[in-house]
Design a protein around this ligand. Sequence first.
Ligand code: ADE
Length: 256
Amino acid sequence: MRIDILTLFPQMFEVPFGFGIFKRAIDNGLVSLNLHNIRDYTHDKHHTADDYPYGGGAGMVLKPEPIFEAVEAIKAGVKDEEAELPIILLTPQGRPFSQRIAGELSRNRHLVFICGHYEGVDERVQEHLATDEISIGDYVLTGGEVPAMVVIDAVLRLLPGVLGSEDSLLEDSHASGLLEYPQYTRPEDYRGWKVPEVLLSGNHARIAKWRREQIIRRTQERRPELLNKANLGFEDEQMVERLTTKRSQVNKDRES
Ligand code: ADE
């Protein structure tokens, strides 16, 4: 996959993608990461990328010209079939990012990310250049760089060959729309906190059942809205029923 990133701070990307899994993916040619400094597409001697907002107000706004020109330069270098190239603007006003969107983006061969800054980006970028707007959550960061890193991380790890084992993708929290079961490794007893006995039993059927129950229990306790959206099988539904009955009994006992 090819990724182009437009930013005022290209160096910010050197650390997250310069080590470990992503460095290996880049070195192996699975991913190419191209950083573009928005200032390189300005034409004045001060390389001005921002300006005061029309109508007044606090802060500065990123100018449209260098962003349009940077994207046009990228497009000029790619083949016609990439005319529908996704141009993603990171903004708190975008659609909320999720594992589903990561999966959707991972099916493209090429993605372009625009990192906004200051008080915002000239609205004409949203209207006439970006094909998608993504927010990583309902809070405001100082720029789109960290959000771009979050989105790119979630997308790249889905590409075949990037992670050591593709199996681990299937077990991720959110992969199935539910949270993940708890994991343990050695030692078996740490400071008196023991690994659940079932995991040491070697009984694969029991382990699988225990893990499924943990997935359901955790999701019900922490993110009940995910359970309502998930596609549960008959046995899962029965488990939800059992846990709900147990919980309401505990609450009743507490109240009385
Ligand atoms: N830029 C600033 N805050 C952001 C957010 N929450 N998501 C995406 N881009 C942003």
